[in-house]
Structures are given as structure tokens and as C-alpha cells.
Design a protein around this ligand. Sequence first.
Ligand SMILES: Cc1ncc(COP(=O)(O)O)c(C=O)c1O
Length: 298
Amino acid sequence: MQDQTTHDAEDDPRNADLRYYLNGRIVGPDEAVVSIYDSGFMLGDGIWEGLRLYDGRWAFLDDHLDRLFEAAKAIDLDIGMTRAEIVSVLEELRLANGMETDAHARLMVTRGRKIRPFQHPSLSRSGPTVAIIMEHSVPRVGRPLRLATVPHLRGLPMTQDPKLNSHSKLNCILACIAAEKAGADEALMLDVHGFVNTTNACNFFIVRKGEVWTSTGDYCMNGITRQKVIDLCREAGIPVFEKNFSLVECYSAEEAFVTGTFGAQSPVGKIDGRVIGDGQLGPTTARIRGLYKALVAR
Ligand SMILES: Cc1ncc(COP(=O)(O)O)c(C=O)c1O
């Protein structure tokens, strides 16, 4: 069993009694279920967003809604709700759960219930399934992460564009399993040219000689936290580059960290058994964390 993942939260007894949103209703856990004919359950045919609540507000909500509607358009799925309606149900569920801060929401939209158990999207005729899980969630601070490279690649956009936050995450899950078998917490995935791209669930950065590097962004999730880190570095005068780089440059980096809505910026201590820097949270990562916290508070 894995002792640590990138999405560990402190235990919170309030999570034993949560309300959920499902297709227009706020329901308890027994009713928060979808059909075995649901397109998301059967085929991973859906899209999702992960959002975080800080001091009564969903951080970067507009960016998340932009990405959600962009993905829906890409998979030709009519969400059947406006942006304002989505914001309103997020608020309704937040209040139903009495949440003020440190909550995490997973907003999911699938192509809905199918009339027969086959792939063709025209078999989904009941409209989309819209569901929200919202949990009390304070990320658990563990040791710096261990990453392992894996044979699973971030593919080209014409297969399953890695920018789509699709329900189907099998490629990433297989990568994560391979990393776990190698004794790591999460997989460091390469692109089709062998350059370092991203991890299976987060975006990836290194720090070399005071410069912050991340991949070109061509084969990874267009992470909202990733973009905020790039923007914050630019604002603060920290040199930041979106570029191709290889494992050689990762192993000898002074710092490495991953980004995502859940954990913000989490330090990486080891890659493929090589200690990165001194293996601890580095000064540039710590500084970016501070800048990000301040941005969220703004
Ligand atoms: C594969 C992958 N990379 C990165 C991220 C981080 O993106 P964000 O910063 O928008 O949470 C996610 C989260 O959805 C993801 O699934």
C-alpha cells in the first residue's frame, strides 16, 4: 500500500455526513448514485473539474468554468446548464455542507444514461449527468514526493488530447501504477519525443540556477495552477521558461515541484531514486508557494 499520494487530506469526521449534487437535487450518500448505463461509468465519457474553496470563494472559478465549457464543446457534450447555474449549484451545495474554507469539489459531467450498453454517443438520450462531490479537505503535509519515470507517454493531441480533463484517465492510472510498483508516489511522464512533460495527476516544474522550467505545455493538462505559477514568476521577476528538457536536467535540478488545484505546489524530493537538491522543500518553491497563497487571498 502506498504511504503517500499527491492528494492526501487530513481525516475530517464531517466528511462522514456529506450532501452531494446530482442532476438538480442535493442528496445524501445513498441517493448519490448513477446508473450502470451511465456513459461516465461505462466508458469514461465525460469531463470534470477539481475546485478549491478558500475563505468562502472558489479559487479561479472563471478559469475552471472556461476549461469545463471548452472541454464540453470539444467532446460535443451539452452540459444543459449555464455558467451562472453551475455557480449557483456549487453555492447551494457549499451551504448544504456548511463549508467556509478548505473544501474540495469535483464537478463531473458525463454524457448521461445510455439506452443500451454500447459506445455510440447517440445511445445517450437522457441528457447529461451532472454531479458534484464536495469534501472538507486540508491537504496533508507529508515528506517531499518521490517520482518515477514510466513507459506510459503523454500522447499526441489527435489520439486523446492530454488537455482534456476527461473522465477516462486510464493512461494516467497505468502510469501511476507503474510508478507505485517502482516504489514512487506518482509517475513522471515523458512526451512522445522523450522530453519530461508532467506527472500523472499534476503539472511538473524544476528549478535550475534560479530559473523555473516547465514543459512546453504541448502534451499536458493546461493546469490552472501551472499557469498561475508561470504568471506569478513573471510578476515577481523570477525567470520562468516553458521549454523542452530531459531527465538529465531533472536529476541535477536544485529543486522540483508539482502543481495542482488540490495541493497547490508540492515539493519533489526524489526522481528515479536520485535526490533532487537536498531532497527538501527548496527556497524557490517556498517563495512561489507564498506568492500563490497571496494570490488566492487576493
Ligand atoms: C493530468 C493532470 N495534470 C494536471 C492537473 C492539475 O491541473 P489544475 O492545476 O488545473 O488543477 C490535473 C488536474 O485536473 C490533471 O488531471
